[in-house]
Design a protein around this ligand. Structure first.
Ligand code: PLP
Length: 295
């Protein structure tokens, strides 16, 4: 069994009158196109995680996430595709939604866990699967060194040198991977992290714990729109207008916040004229189904 997907993630142009006016060339790396459910950065984070699990003789993936987690769905779908059993601890009370329905559809067993027990993930794992040699612990969001390694590969796919690369951050694993890839390829690119949570300054520690070198990058903490999975009418309007003017679907939990930040920073002259700027579309589109009533 080969634990790999053929990567299809083209780079599209993002045309916008503001970019034309400021002399900027802006592009979107379409990691959302890698797979409909094993979406974008979640596949990149799972790739080496699954290879490691397999090499250790593990056949049962055990992971963690909220009820709308893109990581749970990606893990369920990847487990089905590559022949693993899988279980997820789901934070909070027993609920039904589209994401969890699709997780079940792919054979994932769901264990709803109250917020207190959920906090100690290693303890939960030990309690339920401590005796199961086949069980493999995968952290929430796929955060791991293997995840970083997978995300670093994105850099070798790029057709151009970019002066700036942007990505949305939850756990910071994807950001750490991109920074690692830029470092490995010795590229002059400046990296911009956009945390989607409130008080995102802590993201620097989250990212740096995965790096074994000094990295210079920016974190833009003012684009959380109220916090994780929070939105404002302004963000919803932006998402809709982005999609209707580009044909590229985005969702407001991650990618819309990052693209909004990029546009806002361009308006504030944060980039030199003539810059090539790349935004990573990290996927997560199924999450939109849980947000219909906001639009
Ligand atoms: C999970 C997710 C992220 C966050 O990635 P991290 O590696 O946890 O920072 C970003 N974008 C989308 C669409 C996601 O689903």
């Amino acid at each position: 069994m080969k634990f790999d997907l053929e990567i299809f993630s083209p780079v599209d142009a993002w045309q916008h009158p503001l970019f034309a006016q400021k002399g900027l060339n802006v592009f979107i790396k379409r990691d959302d196109m890698i797979h409909p459910l094993i979406s974008g950065n979640k596949w990149r984070k799972l790739k080496y995680t699954l290879q490691k699990a397999h090499s250790l003789g593990k056949t049962h993936l055990v992971t963690f996430g909220g009820a709308f987690s893109n990581h749970l769905l990606a893990t369920a779908s990847a487990a089905a595709k590559f022949g693993f059993k899988c279980t997820a601890f789901v934070r909070g009370e027993d609920v039904q939604n589209d994401t969890l329905f699709l997780c079940r559809m792919h054979g994932m067993k769901l264990i709803f866990t109250n917020r207190d027990s959920y906090r100690n993930k290693t303890q939960l794992f030990e309690e339920h699967f401590g005796d199961d040699d086949a069980a493999c612990f995968i952290d929430e969001g796929g955060a791991s060194a293997e995840g970083v390694q997978g995300c670093a590969e994105l850099i070798s796919e790029l057709p151009l040198i970019y002066q700036h690369i942007f990505c949305a951050c939850g756990t910071g694993t994807t950001a750490a991977g991109i920074i690692t890839g830029l470092h490995e390829h010795q590229l002059p690119t400046h990296f911009h992290a956009v945390p989607v949570l409130k008080n995102g300054g802590f993201m620097r520690n989250e990212i740096n714990r995965f790096l074994d070198f000094e990295a210079d990058y920016s974190i833009h903490t003012d684009y959380h729109f109220g916090g994780y999975a929070k939105t404002t009418p302004d963000l919803i309007n932006f998402s809709q207008s982005f999609t209707s003017s580009t044909g590229i679907l985005i969702e407001p939990v991650y990618t819309a916040k990052m693209l909004y930040a990029l546009l806002d920073l361009a308006a504030k002259d944060a980039f030199e004229q003539g810059s090539n700027i790349l935004a990573i579309h990290s996927g997560g589109l199924l999450g939109l189904l849980g947000m219909k009533e906001k639009f």
